[in-house]
Design a protein around this ligand. Structure first.
Ligand code: GAR
Length: 205
């Protein structure tokens, strides 16, 4: 069973989607620990409700060192950044190369990179007047939202969308589906890297 640690900063709807899939038996993973940079993150309450070990790491000069220790201590084989809004150190990225997954609320490479996170992504998308948006699951590398893409799902933008309505639809229709789906593929050993790209091994029956 794949042992994971989940990094969170906010509401934790993506964390909840992972917990629900594990509890329904559809995802063969164990969440060893939920780690947050924000002591008030509602995601921590969600974890506690399910008796998952939680840890808050204060954002100070030792943040990256403490985060790395907390991850190593958790014995997680895969790290999931599920709405985690801090940039990871190159040391952590190096230690967990192709073992840190992130969910981003747009179709990368649109509306991503520095300054594009949370509701800001949807504000920018609506400002530009795009008709299709979505979400992306990718491995984290040293760049911002530049790592190998594992899965994407498109969501239509409506003329009367607000950033909030669009965010909700992207979360419900895309993020909460493709994050557990990606974890399932990784847990099954079906995701591999070839020429810097993530690929999915097909099952031949
Ligand atoms: C999600 O929309 C996630 O894609 C986004 O933050 C939100 C967290 O929601 N992440 C980023 O913008 C990372 N660049 P949640 O706490 O309810 O899962």
């Amino acid at each position: 069973m794949l042992q994971i640690a989940v990094l969170v900063s906010g509401g934790g709807t993506n964390l909840q989607a992972i917990i629900d899939k594990i509890n329904s038996g559809e995802l063969d993973c164990k969440i060893n620990r939920v780690i947050s940079d924000n002591k008030d993150a509602y995601a921590l309450e969600r974890a506690k409700k399910h008796n998952i070990d939680t840890k808050v790491i204060e954002f100070n000069k030792d943040f990256n060192e403490n985060l790395l220790s907390a991850l190593e201590e958790s014995k997680a084989e895969l790290i999931v950044a599920a709405g985690f809004l801090k940039v990871l150190s190159s040391e952590i990225i190096h230690r967990y190369r192709h073992k840190i997954v992130n969910i981003h609320p747009s179709l990368i490479p649109s509306f991503c990179g520095k300054g594009f996170y949370g509701i800001k992504v949807h504000e920018k998308a609506l400002e530009r007047g795009i008709k299709i948006t979505g979400a992306t699951v990718h491995f984290i590398d040293e760049g911002t939202d530049t790592g190998p893409i594992i899965m994407q799902r498109a969501v239509a933008v409506m003329d009367d969308d607000t950033p909030q309505s669009l965010q909700k639809r992207v979360m419900e229709e895309a993020e909460q589906a493709i994050l557990p789906e990606s974890l399932k593929l990784i847990a099954e050993g079906r995701v591999y890297i070839e020429n810097g790209k993530a690929k999915i091994r097909r099952i031949i029956v």
